[in-house]
Write a protein of this length. Structure first.
Ligand SMILES: [Zn+2]
Length: 261
């Protein structure tokens, strides 16, 4: 038997439980005998994660949900495998994640990043059910509230449990955000809206999909929002920018024949 190392009441994180990095954060939420997993990570860590869960004395038959925060391969590659081990659990995610996982889209899921020589397996899977903003996932006497928080990618979901927000790849403890990449469906205006929603909420703790959980800090969120706001009008993330004011200035200066100064 392994003691359950709860980060917050009823919340276990499998990297913390294992006292080592397994991959992305894998949150186990439980109430009574029922439990769920938020993301599962890569396929090669599934067996170890399930073994730890078993040793913490959770019944595998009582897993209610296997949640995909989004369809990125480092979050969901093990989903098909873990579903085989936990057949009573319902796999759930956003409709856009459903589409990517069903079609086995290798670009939007980052299974294939040819510039970096990354080409890894993406097991195709059809989610049992799609969920979206405002839905609630019942777990014993508890309820997880579903937030649609697009930006990093269209299908990104966050989950609220009381004063906790499982915020996926929206923001990390160092103030970074999930990467911005047009080929991944990133959308900077949507990202700003999602971060603003998180900032304006009364949640107290953020539990991200990479790195440690941390107390919600509005200054940190505002700095990220300001940075992304700048990116909307700069070439840095040009394929995701909404405009480039410099070119308008240049055009004006060209017509007026303005010399360098
Ligand atoms: Zn991620």
């Amino acid at each position: 038997m392994l003691p359950r190392l709860e980060l917050f009441p009823n919340v276990i994180e499998m990297n913390f439980q294992a006292r080592k990095r397994l991959g992305c954060s894998v949150y186990l939420v439980f109430d009574g005998a029922d439990w769920l997993l938020i993301d599962i990570g890569f396929e090669n860590s599934v067996q170890e994660i399930i073994e730890i869960i078993r040793q913490m004395d959770f019944s595998l038959a009582h897993c209610r949900y296997l949640i995909a925060t989004h369809a990125d391969v480092d979050h969901i590659q093990g989903l098909r495998r873990v579903k085989e081990l936990l057949p009573s659990a319902e796999t759930v995610g956003h409709p856009e994640s459903q589409r990517l996982l069903k079609e086995g889209d290798r670009i939007w899921t980052y299974a294939e990043i040819s510039a970096q020589g990354i080409s890894i397996d993406l097991p195709v899977i059809e989610l049992d059910r799609t969920i979206n903003d405002g839905d609630r996932l019942q777990l014993g006497s508890k309820e997880l509230e579903v937030w649609h928080t697009p930006g990093h990618t269209e299908g990104m979901l966050s989950f609220r449990l009381g004063n906790l927000l499982f915020c996926a790849d929206n923001i990390y403890r160092d103030g970074g955000v999930g990467n911005i990449d047009a080929h991944h469906g990133s959308d900077i205006p949507a990202f700003i809206e999602s971060l603003t929603r998180i900032r304006d909420s009364d949640v107290e703790w953020l539990l991200p999909s990479h790195g440690p959980p941390f107390r919600k800090d509005n200054a940190l969120l505002e700095a990220a929002i300001a940075r992304l706001d700048g990116y909307q009008h700069l070439s840095d993330f040009g394929t995701c920018a909404v405009d480039w004011p410099l070119l308008d200035e240049w055009e004006d200066e060209l017509t007026r024949g303005v010399l360098p100064k």
